[in-house]
Design a binder for this molecule. Structure first.
Ligand code: PCA
Length: 212
């Protein structure tokens, strides 16, 4: 049976006009287009508090995936970092200029949701493919954390028992080399990020098939 994996990426935000997460998602969707074992479908998520939930809900109902892997950019990190948890906190100004400070993702909701992706196995697989990777214990409190909380909350409220979680990725080299004002930050070539997330997805699929 083919496993359908929804891979989400975010639109650019802040001073950037590209977001590596979306580049990776679309590359993998092209590569795993109707594959025999794994099909990847990509969906673009807005960096906007109000719009995230409706966009995620639309992608989930449209694709009815077997698993959800969400991607986002964590500028300044040197490795691909699967996130352990999404917490019920929002902070920061979104792409519409809407600011949230210390408010919950879901009022009255649980403190957090653990990722249900096979974090350790995914990190091991990425490293085996030569890709710097590590588990992260905080996705921050901006839109990526929002996604890491909102999606598991949505799935739980619908009784949808599918693996879901968030993976942060570093800047692309162009986001550092071309930055004005200059940026001093680590970066990772797109091809290496694709290798890493591909390994993570293959690991997820093996785990789901009980081969790990
Ligand atoms: N990174 C931001 C939001 C969108 C993205 O790609 C974050 O880490 O919250």
């Amino acid at each position: 049976m083919t496993l359908k994996i929804l891979v989400t990426g975010f639109e650019p935000f802040g001073p950037d006009n590209i977001n590596p997460s979306w580049e990776i998602a679309t590359a993998l969707a092209r590569e795993y287009d109707a594959g025999p074992d794994i099909t990847v479908v990509a969906a673009l998520m807005p960096v906007r508090w109000e719009a995230f939930g409706p966009a995620a809900e639309a992608a989930i109902s449209r694709h009815n995936p077997d698993a959800i892997v969400m991607l986002g950019q964590a500028g300044g990190r040197a490795a691909i970092t699967p996130e352990r948890i999404g917490i019920n906190v929002c902070n920061g100004k979104d792409n519409d200029g809407v600011e949230r400070q210390e408010v919950p993702v879901v009022p009255g909701g649980p403190a957090g949701y653990f990722s249900t992706l096979p974090l350790r196995a995914m990190v091991d697989a990425m490293r085996k493919h030569g890709v710097p990777a590590d588990i992260s214990n905080s996705a921050g409190t901006y839109l990526c954390n929002y996604a890491a909380y909102w999606v598991p909350h949505y799935l739980a409220s619908r009784g949808m028992d599918i693996p879901a979680g968030f993976i942060h990725v570093p800047f692309l080299p162009a986001q550092v080399a071309g930055a004005d004002p200059p940026r001093s930050a680590p970066s990772m070539p797109l091809s290496l990020m694709i290798t890493g997330v591909r390994a993570a997805i293959e690991t997820l699929a093996s785990t789901m098939r009980g081969q790990c």
